[in-house]
Design a protein around this ligand. Structure first.
Ligand code: AKB
Length: 340
């Protein structure tokens, strides 16, 4: 008999590590199978069975499905926005072809076991494309169906994969005489994420976490966006909470496949101020990269997460004050203090 597991792709990344940790502590005795191009850090060895491999490796998946029954898939593997602009074709392969391969596998498994596989897909504010700064300032909290005109390869990939997921969940093989069992696709559009314990690689919202972590280490930091750049952000514990809360929401409560979730909207200047208040000697300057600025300007300043609040009771635990005062600053201080 195949072993029932939760599969997490991209598990060695920021969100993956936080999710694995949470799943290992939730008392539900989850069997977690992780996959990433990179090995998991040593401290995760007891929490998962890890496969170091490529999500584009069809033969690897063909082997895995003979051994495992994927009850839930958290498909976190992706090339983020800045990195994707330097290698758009590779980004398309990883972000789109990789997702398609997994959706196909989840669809086949749903059919084989006669029960939907749940497919959780983190999307992003990158799915939006605001036409100009005036609109960005005017429109405030953007709703899921507004401004779906991404300007980055990563944003295009995310938006398209949301739609692919919906296709597999509702219309897959729609002309077949015997319709297959559909998978259960659920997606979250995340704002910029900040963790006290890890740093992102290749994103455009990275100035937030990078500023804080550099200041805590006494390293100078040049912020690559203007002080007035506003984006929605969320701390990692809330991001993991959102993933798990959406995964456990009753299907009949969900009125959409894709939900915005957010916590607070903040400018780069306000992140700098809060960082300087915690680390008074920090050297934080601005050295604006106009190309990365263009990407940030195309993303909304804030998100409306009304639908998530209404349908499955989403609510972040950390507003901006709690995020900095109770989670980020104390944990980052402790982390670098320990290291030194
Ligand atoms: C990035 O900056 O690429 C990510 C994202 C907004 O999804 N943090």
């Amino acid at each position: 008999m195949r072993e029932k597991v939760i599969l997490i792709t991209g598990a060695a990344g920021e969100m993956g590590q936080a999710l694995v940790q949470e799943l290992s502590q939730d008392g539900a005795n989850n069997r977690v199978l992780t996959m990433d191009l990179n090995p998991m850090p040593a401290e995760f060895a007891s929490m998962t069975t890890h496969i170091t491999g490529d999500i584009l490796d069809e033969r690897l998946f063909a082997r895995l499905v003979t051994k495992y029954d994927f009850d839930v898939i958290f498909h976190l593997a992706a090339l983020l926005s800045t990195r994707a602009e330097f290698s758009p074709e590779l980004a398309h392969r990883v972000n789109v072809d990789g997702t398609l391969l997994l959706l196909q596998m989840a669809a086949d498994q749903s059919q084989a076991r006669n029960r939907p596989v749940q497919f959780i897909f983190p999307s992003s504010i990158a799915a939006y494309g605001m036409p100009d700064l005036e609109t960005k300032a005017r429109d405030g909290r953007v709703r899921e169906w507004d401004w779906n005109m991404p300007t980055t390869m990563y944003g295009c990939n995310k938006l398209y994969c949301e739609q692919l997921g919906s296709y597999f969940a509702h219309h897959y093989m729609q002309l077949a005489v015997n319709r297959p069992v559909m998978l259960d696709f659920r997606s979250l559009r995340f704002p910029g994420l900040i963790s006290a314990f890890t740093l992102p690689t290749g994103g455009t919202t990275d100035y937030g976490p990078e500023m804080l972590h550099a200041a805590a280490q006494g390293k100078p930091f040049a912020c690559f966006v203007r002080p007035d750049s506003a984006l929605p952000f969320m701390v990692m514990p809330d991001a993991v909470r959102a993933l798990l809360k959406l995964a456990t929401a009753p299907r009949q409560a969900l009125t959409r496949d894709v939900y915005n979730v957010t916590s607070f909207s903040i400018t780069a200047a306000a992140i700098r101020e809060r960082t300087l208040a915690a680390f008074p000697g920090a050297e934080i300057s601005y050295d604006v990269d106009t190309r990365r600025q263009g990407i940030v300007d195309s993303w909304p300043a804030d998100l409306s997460d009304k639908a998530a609040r209404r349908d499955w009771g989403w609510e972040p635990v950390y507003d901006v004050d709690r995020a900095f005062n109770e989670y980020l600053i104390p944990n980052i201080q402790q982390r670098y203090h320990k290291m030194s």
